[in-house]
Design a protein around this ligand. Sequence first.
Ligand code: C2E
Ligand code: CA
Ligand code: CA
Length: 277
Amino acid sequence: GTSCATAKESGRNRIHFNYRSVEVAQRQSVAEWIPIITDALEEDRFVLYCQPIVPVTESRASKVRHYEVLVRMVDRQGEIVPPGKFIPVAEHYGLIEDIDRWVLNRIFDHLQHHSNKEQRFAVNLSGNTISDEGLKDFIVNKFKSTGVSPQRLQFELTETAAIRHFDRAMDFINALKDLGCYFSLDDFGSGLSSLGYLKELPVDYLKIDGSFIRNMELNEVDYSMVSTINHLGHIMGISTIAECVENSSQLSMLQEIGVDYAQGFLIARPMPLDNLR
Ligand code: C2E
Ligand code: CA
Ligand code: CA
């Protein structure tokens, strides 16, 4: 894909489309991913990448401390498989909880072994993972057993997932915020949900969906979306993050608007977690 939006289209949406409406042959090809995913889980063939999130006003700053964690699968040939290929299937067939827990185990491991660093990592959690009853205790116990400081962990939930699993999400967010973890609402503006829910969700960051950033140079409406979401966030005391920042003219527009943080290929491509020094 050439953008966040494209990447997502070739993942989540396409699976839904295949599953509902297309012939058996194609449905099978989706189902064929199930053993591929379960084998990868059994054989520990996943790897974490991370991408920096930096303040818009000092985007060339070298001291990056804040990263989003992005999972990849490694196939039997050692090739990297992007999440757009397997996350939507995993979400559909109840395998995402296992993947998200794999990610959490791995990131706790990293945090525990780099306790001198001030790095903070933002981990994506799918809706099914949030609705998993044992998740909260799992994470609380990880903090206990590793001694990792909760301030070093952030969670990204999409608005759609947060709203679909509203009670669970609220319980999860409140409990982990009490411990000191941070929360972002991911892909903000891309869902069909009502803005009213934003008032109820005590998140620290709004991630403005990449589709608005991509088009903001060309399209006045997209520019206004970014500006409006930013304004709304700030009025509610929520910091804003622009995703998918690919060029410097987008970055200057974000500066002009007053968006707090930027993430995207312009700043850095996702890199293997193990490459972080
Ligand atoms: P997301 O959470 O919206 O993550 C941002 C995606 O945009 C990442 O794709 C990232 O590589 C890509 N990206 C970042 N900057 C740019 C840019 O400037 N231009 C373009 N074109 N793309 C950019 P990635 O790594 O392929 O992940 C795709 C999606 O897979 C994520 O979208 C997220 O929904 C899901 N995902 C990734 N890791 C996990 C995970 O550990 N758990 C769960 N549940 N979902 C995950
Ligand atoms: Ca995310
Ligand atoms: Ca996103």
